[in-house]
Design a protein around this ligand. Structure first.
Ligand code: FDA
Length: 391
């Protein structure tokens, strides 16, 4: 049995940030993970280059039952703070697009940075240790495969359900429920969408083609649009625009795609003496869509006739392609889990449970989900730092 000030469960982005902040304050911290090494999700993130933050980070880029909850933590640990840490370690990075910062070399640099900071702060990092039970007996008793730890504070940083084959578990949600905290229903987010059989028959043979679109999803009042690439897959749709929209999509709802944002694609056919036939329509569409998509579109949605009215209807259709997905690719392919520990149960400044003093939840296990593009790591750093300064 070991007695420490804080036990942090999960050595991912949030857990490591929390542990190093607490360690720097002189707290005795144990950081536990059942994986064979720390930061496994960081290693595979951003295609191996870790999109570690987004310089445009703001609370509007996060989904939560309480859209204001994330503001406090995000204001106390900003993109400038993680950039300063990355620079302190001599890690070179670049902005790719839309404010997304990636390592020049490898995500490994970010994990090494966090491990070094933890070591310098005196954090005891233990990997290959599964946390089995958290019990409250005055203070907390954390039962693990490496023995029992006693602490005044327990920080749950066990992440979400996405990519179970990498060690994701629902342990954090179980701990929340065990202590009487509400968990907002979880669902896969930032996830490819799957066509129904009819749409799959129409489009899936074009797997691999992509186009810039505006994808819109969500219930009317909360609908959100993203102008980015859409990719046809062998089962449905993916690409950044669709992944973003998927976080707002619910079963049974549709997603609308503007396939020619800001362009009147069929304008050339309206001109005086212009040719008006399927070949001319495909040619016009090729200005905005790949050849194969253009051909398929005209074959699937030919105009009733070639009058101006029919061409206008064809144009409208192109800007509002409505797909009702059969589902998503699920947690196996989801980048994150939406939903999680209800923010109404947590203090926005410290991430401590209001019902159970000493119990903290940070990172993806909380009902705060960022857009694609470095927002989820920024939430992990910010919520981790908030708890690390409080435990
Ligand atoms: P995280 O999942 O990182 O860590 C939780 C830890 O808890 C894990 O190490 C796990 O092993 C451990 N654990 C779970 N149960 C346990 C138990 N019972 N006992 C002990 N340990 C336990 N985001 C972003 O901003 N930029 C990006 O580039 C990417 N890229 C990306 C790619 C891919 C493929 C995925 C799947 C996800 C991303 N993300 C991302 C999302 C990002 O990785 C994610 O939001 C953060 O890693 C969440 O950090 P946490 O620390 O909360 O959980």
């Amino acid at each position: 049995m070991q007695k420490v000030d804080a036990v942090v469960l999960g050595a991912g982005a949030a857990g490591m940030m929390c542990a190093l902040e607490a360690g720097r304050r002189g707290r005795r911290v144990v950081l536990l993970d059942h994986a064979e090494r720390a930061g496994k999700k960081i290693l595979i993130s951003g295609g191996g280059r870790c999109n570690f933050t987004n310089v445009n980070c703001r609370a509007e880029s996060f989904l939560s039952e309480n859209p204001h909850f994330a503001k406090s933590a995000l204001a106390r640990f900003t993109p400038a703070d993680i950039i300063a840490l990355v620079e302190k370690h001599g890690i070179r990075f670049h902005e790719k697009t839309l404010g997304q910062l990636f390592c020049d070399r490898s995500a490994m640099d970010v994990v090494a940075m966090l491990e070094r900071e933890c070591a310098e702060a005196g954090v005891k990092l233990m990997v290959g240790v599964r946390v089995e039970k958290v019990v409250r007996d005055g203070s907390f008793r954390v039962e693990t495969t490496a023995g029992v730890f006693h602490a005044e504070a327990v920080v749950v940083a066990t992440g979400g359900l996405s990519i179970p084959k990498m060690g994701a578990t629902g342990f954090g949600y179980d701990v929340a429920r065990q202590f009487g905290l509400r968990v907002v229903e979880c669902r896969p987010a930032l996830v490819p969408l799957v066509f129904d059989a009819k749409d799959c028959g129409r489009w899936c043979d074009l797997s691999g083609v992509s186009a810039e679109v505006v994808a819109t999803a969500g219930r009317k009042r909360l609908s959100v649009s993203f102008r980015e690439k859409m990719l046809v897959t062998h089962r449905g749709l993916s690409g950044p625009a669709v992944l973003q929209a998927s976080s707002y999509w619910r079963a049974g709802e549709s997603v609308t795609m503007d396939l020619a944002p800001g362009v009147e694609a069929f304008a050339p056919l309206i001109k005086k003496n212009a040719r008006r036939d399927a070949k001319a329509a495909v040619e016009a569409l090729r200005a905005v869509l790949p050849q194969r998509v253009a051909e398929r579109w005209v074959a699937l949605y030919p105009p009733k006739d070639w009058t101006n009215a029919s061409l206008a209807a064809m144009e409208r259709e192109l800007h509002a392609w409505t797909v009702t997905p059969a589902g998503t690719e699920g947690y196996a392919k989801a980048e994150v889990t939406a939903g999680g520990v209800d923010t109404a149960e947590l203090d926005a400044r410290t991430m401590e449970s209001s019902k159970v003093p000493g119990l903290y939840f940070i990172g993806e296990v909380v009902d705060v989900t960022g857009w694609l593009g470095g927002y989820n790591f920024q939430w992990a750093w910010a919520s981790g730092a908030s708890a690390g300064r409080a435990v």
